[in-house]
Design a protein around this ligand. Structure first.
Ligand SMILES: Cc1cc2nc3c(=O)[nH]c(=O)nc-3n(C[C@H](O)[C@H](O)[C@H](O)COP(=O)(O)OP(=O)(O)OC[C@H]3O[C@@H](n4cnc5c(N)ncnc54)[C@H](O)[C@@H]3O)c2cc1C
Length: 399
């Protein structure tokens, strides 16, 4: 599976001259297909891309030359994979509570959830001795050696078992400084988009499985799909999937344009990432569950891929930040730089009254209403994207 993922150029094409003009679009399209088959292993791909991106953007020319070619290698003999060790017992959502200390180029602390734990190149947050509390005192470091690094335990997980997640103790582990906390935010931002791609992939795969099955399975003398309620359930799922897919790839497109220097796209991308992570992550489990039910008993049996997909999908609303944390982030970004206004201006062209109401609700919004507001904004934007490509049937179904 690794040979398929990295060999496809999913990471390589972003960091080599071969990338062309739309490497993110091509990479995430490939990733979408890959994660349909194996969502767990898409995590190390994400981590590898993330480390390469951060080192490319924040590293010195020497660090870039030493590290990035390995992260972008197609060939297993040359390849390094990445990871990000942020979460600690003191705080997962509350990253500013991190207690790992940086002293003389070495880290000491305990990282609680470390996926792709045996990676070659790891980005880690830590606080230099004497630095202020909170995220503003955190720095991002690059760990390339195993000296002072002990994997104390592998987590026994509900899903994504194809990839190891461990607990790691750092004892004077030598590291290189990469940048401030903003460097880690860059990686988190990218991984939240990967999360959305994984979500639409697992939903898409579940729908394929369901459609294939109910076109062939017969009940009451005809194929299940010819029963109106079964067909309606499938069409609802397909409409949800298409809407989420458009939202996700609109965000990929914004990232692509932002990387090319488009400031509006950058603002839009910052607004969209927490929103797309929140809504697609949340959608994955109910959709896979519904697809399982459409197939019936056979999908509950471990010979079917659905049980694994359902277990895998449950991580999507949790890791990379829970839904409520994403909602708070979306609210923070909207208040800080108004990126949601770009979304509203698109919505206004299709659904002017809805845009008006969402805009008005924003001015009086507090945390308690934030989730509902984000859901409403996301749904209106999805409907806009569907309307823009003439998918009126899906618009009616989801409205
Ligand atoms: C399989 C798996 C792999 C992981 N891999 C990694 C990894 O590779 N690297 C890494 O750094 N981390 C990793 N994580 C950790 C993951 O990112 C965290 O679990 C997640 O961010 C939530 O943090 P927490 O578990 O500490 O929950 P907490 O932060 O303790 O949150 C508990 C609950 O409180 C809620 N909450 C917290 N603050 C607020 C608030 N202000 N308002 C409303 N609700 C709030 C949360 O939404 C949640 O429901 C992984 C997790 C899992 C499950």
């Amino acid at each position: 599976m690794e040979a398929i993922a990295y060999g496809s150029g999913m990471v390589a094409l972003k960091y080599a001259a071969e990338g062309g003009r739309a490497p993110h679009l091509i990479s995430f399209a490939l990733g979408y297909l890959f994660a349909m088959a194996e969502m767990g292993l898409y995590c190390p791909v994400c981590m590898t891309d993330g480390v390469a991106r951060v080192v490319t953007r924040y590293g010195t020319p020497e660090q870039i030359a030493r590290v990035v070619p390995h992260m972008g290698a197609r060939d297993a003999a040359e390849r390094w994979t990445g990871a990000m060790f942020v979460t600690e017992q003191a705080g997962g959502s509350d990253v500013g509570a991190n207690e790992t200390i940086a002293r003389n180029g070495r880290l000491t602390g305990f990282k609680w959830f470390c996926s792709n734990v045996d990676a070659n190149a790891v980005l880690i947050t830590a606080r230099p001795e004497g630095a202020p509390a909170g995220t503003k005192g955190l720095r991002t470091f690059l760990l390339l050696s195993r000296e002072g690094v002990q994997i104390e335990r592998l987590k026994v997980k509900l899903g994504v078992r194809s990839m190891p997640t461990g607990e790691v103790r750092l004892t004077d582990a030598p590291v290189e400084e990469i940048g401030g906390f903003d460097a880690m935010l860059e990686m988190m931002n990218l991984s939240r988009l990967y999360n959305a791609v994984a979500a639409v992939a697992v939903i898409g795969r579940a729908i394929h499985e369901a459609r294939y099955y109910i076109e062939r399975r017969r009940a009451f003398g005809r194929p299940v799909i010819e029963h109106p309620l079964a067909a309606e359930t499938l069409l609802d799922l397909e409409a949800e999937h298409l809407a989420a897919l458009l939202l996700t790839f609109e965000t990929v497109d914004a990232l692509q344009r932002a990387d090319a220097g488009d400031e509006d796209a950058a603002r839009m991308q910052r607004a969209l990432v927490p929103i797309v992570k929140a809504v697609t992550g949340k959608l994955a489990v109910p959709c896979v569950s519904e697809a399982m039910e459409l197939i019936g008993g056979n999908a509950y049996i471990e010979e079917s891929p659905l049980p694994r997909m359902l277990r895998d999908a449950q991580v999507l609303p949790i890791w990379e930040g829970t839904t409520n944390i994403m909602v708070l982030d979306a609210l923070r970004v909207a208040r800080k730089e108004g990126g949601h206004e770009i979304m509203l201006s698109r919505i206004r062209r299709q659904f002017p009254r809805e845009a008006e109401e969402i805009g008005a609700a924003f001015s009086t919004l507090d945390e308690r209403g934030a989730r509902e507001w984000v859901d409403r904004l996301a749904r209106a934007f999805e409907l806009t994207l569907l309307a823009e490509i003439g998918k009126d049937g899906a618009v009616e179904r989801l409205r």
